[in-house]
Design a protein around this ligand. Structure first.
Ligand code: SF4
Length: 666
């Protein structure tokens, strides 16, 4: 069976499921244009072991029988589980209002039905959504919407064949898009510049690596533009016609010399000069990573970086543009909104930020129930200690849908077993390549596990809802949402992904922008009305206070958010949780490679194995995210140190702004 990997990953690889009798192998599809026959290490490991193992998977609905958090459950039938949950949700909705039922979900499985269809149930119920992107990339979305009117309409990666330069800023495809790293960047017909505080594998392979101190990216962007303005490399004709507000930042550009930027970012002025010339000559592509905006002023950083294509005319032509995520569904013939829509639903309560989830759950007036699906907040959310205490509230009705018993399911009153992507049909919308792909059912789910959408259909029925949208079948929903209906879906299943066009699409080809002015808004009245500066600022965050380090917790190549944290072979390969520190910091703090250290701050503390490495600048420490707290010796992961500070825009995470003290343990 030919199918598609629906993980939260840029690559959306082609998968072949090959069954000989009971022997099932999950492999890469050699005909897939992006993955070319291989899966990443984590998927080829996990999909062939834990994903197929009914002794590891959740196979039956469970009801709690012990104290919260202990993971003591009894098996029950679907009918009983659904009836119990519906009765309790109904009582809460009538006693306290449905807004006290929190709906927490994200990208555990981001195929369209499994990721969106359950929203029909929550909208009909009137539950309060925990705004999904606030745990990840909301600041960047808000910032790019101010500038370009859209954050989800990126360059077509195939246009790299026409590019003279590619800049990857704050993304690490070697961990989070391994096929883009290997094939797309690896085969780039032009120089590649990587901007990243960490010397990642992608940075190592680049022609030029700029390594700014975290939080100084906006200053660096201004310095690049200073060089371009000084050397006559800005596209003044393009600016005059398509950009609003350039004159408002021009005086600041004059001040932002490479020497100044070197002093605040640590990037040598000579490298800033080189990068500016390479990018401005163009046509150039700019990949704006999600890590880039997980900072205190992450929104400002994104607005500053987003000026680069606008002021150099790197838009509207082949080989030029920027990409944050390619989320536009309508251009690919998909009505994504349809999948989550229910007519006549009550007005939706104001969403809650994931940064506020722990205090919200601790407050019975705000939260009486929590329903979690496609997510593992006990491992992935900030304020881990506070969150765990809130999840232990005996009077908080908690329902968790998952494939596996996680740190979050341990706090559930009801655990509902979900089918994996191998076990139902769906549609995958890659967020890097402009394609559409089928996820095809290759086997039956273990036990009585069900796809997310079927679980919420059953809950809708038990709640007594009659709206026909809540009960639409998978086949009908796909046929409605997909232009070309079921015939197109059958074609996708047979032949693999379809690209939006034969030739690469040109981003913003018409040079009309969905902003209030129709131009690129460097100066944004909307931003100003929302309390932000009218134009981007050349800010750099203050360096950590004396004795402290800035902690980065990016993706590991072996984990995907918290997915794969329970895969034994991966756990063995990863070994104990570690923290990388620069040799100068190691010497100053008395830390030794392979020794143990205690990381701590006002939020929590964590024991980690020290790795001394100059992959990070002095003053920065790195400890990858995604490990399961329950599998760690002291039951915490790196989020034990994350207070949940918000970035400047979108109530979004500023996780890369965390500061810690680090001392050796003897
Ligand atoms: S997680 Fe990404 S790289 Fe790994 S198989 Fe899935 S799509 Fe491919």
């Amino acid at each position: 069976v030919r199918t598609t990997c629906p993980r939260d990953c840029y690559d959306s690889c082609g998968v072949l499921v090959v069954a000989r009798g009971r022997d099932v192998r999950v492999r890469g599809d050699p005909d897939h244009p992006v993955s070319r026959g291989t899966l990443c290490g984590k998927c080829s490991t996990g999909y062939n072991r834990e994903w197929l193992d009914p002794t590891v998977r959740l196979t039956r609905p469970l009801r709690r029988v012990g104290p919260k958090g202990t993971g003591a459950f009894e098996q029950i039938e679907w009918g009983e589980a659904i009836a119990d949950i519906a009765a309790k949700l109904g009582s809460i909705a009538s006693e306290s209002g449905a807004h006290t039922i929190l709906n927490a979900h994200y990208t555990g499985t981001i195929s369209l039905l499994a990721g969106i269809f359950p929203m029909r149930f929550f909208r009909r119920l009137g539950a309060r959504e925990v705004a999904p992107d606030t745990i990840c990339n909301m600041a960047g979305h808000v910032a790019l919407r101010y500038v370009y009117g859209s954050s989800a309409d990126g360059f077509d990666p195939r246009t790299i064949r026409d590019a003279a330069c590619v800049v990857v800023w704050g993304a690490n495809p070697s961990a989070s898009a391994p096929h883009a790293h290997e094939h797309w960047l690896g085969g780039a017909p032009c120089p590649v510049i990587v901007v990243d505080p960490v010397r990642t594998e992608t940075a190592r392979a680049a022609d030029l690596h700029l390594q700014p101190f975290p939080g100084s990216d906006a200053a660096l962007a201004f310095a690049l533009l200073h060089v371009m303005a000084r050397d006559g490399l800005l596209d003044r004709r393009f600016i005059a016609q398509y950009v609003l507000g350039f004159e408002e930042i021009e005086p600041a550009l004059r001040e932002c010399t490479p020497a100044w930027a070197e002093s605040v970012s640590g990037v040598p002025g000579e490298l800033i000069e080189r990068a500016a010339r390479m990018y401005a000559t163009g046509p150039s592509l700019l990949w704006l990573g999600q890590g880039l905006q997980r900072q205190r002023t992450g929104g400002n950083v994104m607005r500053a970086c987003a000026m680069l294509p606008a002021l150099t005319g790197n838009l509207g032509r082949a080989g030029a543009g920027f990409l944050y995520v390619n989320g536009e569904a309508s251009r690919r013939g998909i009505d994504e909104e349809y999948l989550g829509r229910v007519q006549g639903a009550p007005p939706e309560p104001a969403p809650l930020s994931h940064m506020d989830l722990a205090p919200a759950l601790a407050d019975p007036a705000t939260a009486r129930a929590l329903i979690v699906w496609n997510m593992n907040p006990a491992g992935s959310n900030p304020a881990q200690s506070r969150l765990r205490a809130a999840l232990a509230r005996e009077d908080l009705l908690t329902v968790v849908v998952d494939l596996f018993a996680t740190d979050t399911t341990a706090f559930a009153d009801y655990v509902l077993p979900a089918a994996s992507f191998l076990e139902f049909d769906d549609v995958v919308l890659p967020y890097f390549h402009l394609a559409v792909a089928a996820q095809a059912k290759a086997m039956e789910p273990p036990g009585v596990a069900l796809p997310n959408q079927e679980i919420f259909r059953r809950l809708s029925g038990a709640m007594g809802y009659a709206d026909h949208e809540l009960f639409e079948s998978d086949e009908d929903a796909i046929a409605h949402a997909l232009d070309g209906g079921s015939a197109r879906f059958a074609r996708l299943k047979r032949h693999g992904p379809e690209f939006v066009s034969r030739e690469p699409r040109i981003q913003f080809e018409s040079l009309q922008f969905p902003t209030p002015s129709g131009r690129i808004e460097i100066a944004s009245g909307h931003a100003e009305a929302d309390g932000h500066p009218r134009v981007p600022q050349p800010w750099a965050d203050a360096r950590p206070a004396a004795g402290r380090l800035r902690l980065l917790s990016p993706a590991s190549p072996w984990l995907l958010n918290t997915s794969f944290g329970n895969v034994e072979r991966i756990a063995t390969r990863l070994g104990p949780a570690s923290i990388a520190v620069h040799p100068a910091d190691a010497e100053r703090l008395g830390l030794h490679d392979g020794g143990e250290a205690l990381a701590r701050n006002e939020t929590g503390s964590l024991m980690l194995k020290v790795r001394v490495s100059d992959e990070v600048p002095a003053g920065v420490a790195l400890s990858a995210k995604g490990r399961w707290p329950g599998r760690e010796p002291r039951h915490w992961n790196v989020n034990a140190l994350n207070p949940g500070e918000k970035s400047d825009m979108g109530e979004s995470t500023a996780v890369h702004g965390v500061e810690i003290e680090l001392r050796p343990l003897r």
